[in-house]
Design a protein around this ligand. Structure first.
Ligand code: HAM
Length: 422
């Protein structure tokens, strides 16, 4: 019996991989413009990288893939990129250079969520982290980058939503205000939220069960509890965004679904029908305690991540033509299988000349070979027939103009190279 893929995972099939490659190419190109280098960290980490005392989000407490390896080490498949990057930043003492470390990453993450369109158990993120500084211009730089990225992809109708959770004092005051606000409603909140009320009231705001509860709808927002300092920090971030003429909206209720954030938080949201919560293409924010919590110095950072599947779905839904499947320069066709050795020689020579070429390997009829060549959108057909073979020539046909010429075997490379240059 055939074995199926794991629930919530998917395969990228050969006919769609060019879309992923094009997206990754775009990412690498744009990140180059911002002088950001790639970093690659393992998919599995010791569990404590993610399961930290201060992190009580659903994502970390309920959705991680945790397991013991054969040496009884407790490991977790990463549910997000940031914590692993910070673990590595600390372990490799990247802070020692005193420089701001700006990195990006592309890779799979794992969350045990209820799968649906745009939500998977294994999904890819492209993310950026700028670690080692706190400065409003840096917060703005990352928001500008996220905005620029979406613009360059060609996605329209995308909104950048921003908020501030403020510094420690602001957050503490806000948490108190939330406790005061929710306590009279405690008995009508879900079981989890009743616990959250004491442990981490902020998480009530993004509870999937209590989302429509009146008390959640009318909860106080972080903005009302910002200290003067935090308020002016946020204003400075917005001044930078205004200077770059970035369109954004302030979203007073935005708190994000992870516990490591303080100060600036933001999300990039599309408006595609039927997408629901999956309209959130990406999000991020500032984290001031994570580096220290993972054993490093008292340094802050800011970052964001986009879900790659959601980006591809949004591009498809908006009919954005951002990638083209590669075409073949030439396809070699033989009338008779006994001429395949000549085909092998020609293919090798053409590849040495950096042309992308192919042939049929399954002994198909002439007609079937032709069909395959057209499916690969070959610009030229190199046809080896009996008569031509005996004369030491091949027929080369331009599939657009349908003009066919006889070319000496020894001149095939030169002929095609010249044609390609035109
Ligand atoms: P996040 O909001 O949990 O943030 O995830 C970022 C993006 O990943 C989401 O906006 C969504 O597009 C995508 N995503 C999340 N879960 C799934 C899923 N199950 N299936 C498909 N796509 C998904 C973070 O992960 C933070 N680490 C972002 C960050 C970086 N903050 C600071 N630095």
């Amino acid at each position: 019996m055939a074995i199926n893929k794991v629930k919530g995972t998917y395969d990228v099939l050969p006919q769609e991989s060019y879309l992923w490659q094009a997206l990754e190419e775009k990412i690498r190109y744009i990140l180059g413009l911002y002088n950001i280098r790639e970093m690659r960290t393992p998919i599995m980490e010791y569990s404590e990288v993610f399961h930290r005392q201060s992190e009580l989000s659903d994502m970390v407490t309920k959705e991680t893939y945790d397991f013991d390896d054969r040496g009884d080490r407790r490991l977790t498949l990463r549910p997000e990129g940031t914590a692993g990057i910070i673990r590595s930043y600390v372990e490799n003492k990247l802070y020692a250079s005193q420089e701001l470390e700006k990195v990006y990453y592309i890779g799979p993450n794992f969350r045990y969520e209820r799968p649906q369109k745009g939500r998977y158990r294994q999904f890819y993120q492209f993310g950026v982290e700028a670690i080692g500084a706190i400065d409003p211009s840096l917060d703005a730089e990352l928001i500008i980058l996220a905005y620029d990225f979406i613009k360059r992809l060609g996605l329209k109708g995308v909104r950048v939503r921003i908020n501030s959770l403020g510094d420690d004092v602001s957050r503490e005051n806000y948490q108190k205000a939330l406790v005061d606000h929710f306590t009279p409603h405690a008995s009508s909140l879900c079981e989890d939220c009743q616990l959250r009320l004491h442990k981490n009231p902020l998480r009530i705001l993004d509870c999937k069960i209590d989302g429509n509860h009146e008390a959640v709808k009318h909860a106080p927002t972080p903005q009302d509890y910002l200290t003067e300092e935090a308020r002016s920090y946020f204003k400075a971030v917005l001044d930078h965004l205004n200077a770059a003429k970035i369109s954004y909206e302030i979203a007073p209720k935005l708190v994000r679904g992870l516990d490591y954030y303080s100060h600036t938080v933001f999300e990039i949201e599309a408006d595609i029908e039927g997408f629901g919560a999956q309209n959130v293409l990406g999000g991020g924010g500032r984290y001031q305690k994570l580096v220290k919590e993972l054993g490093g110095p008292d340094l802050g950072g800011i970052g964001f991540a986009f879900g790659m599947e959601r980006l591809l779905l949004a591009l498809e839904a908006e009919n954005v033509n951002f990638a083209k499947e590669s075409e073949l320069d030439a396809y070699v066709i033989v009338f008779d299988q006994k001429h395949k050795t000549l085909a092998t020689k020609i293919l090798y020579d053409l590849r040495q000349a950096n042309l992308n070429v192919d042939t049929n390997f399954t002994g198909k009829s002439f007609k079937a070979q032709l069909k395959q060549a057209l499916r690969y959108q070959a610009k030229y057909l190199i046809i080896i027939g009996e008569e031509e073979f005996n004369k030491g020539v091949v027929g080369i046909k331009n599939t657009q103009t349908e003009v066919q010429e006889e070319v000496l075997v020894s001149k095939v490379c030169k002929y095609l190279k010249e044609k390609m240059e035109k």
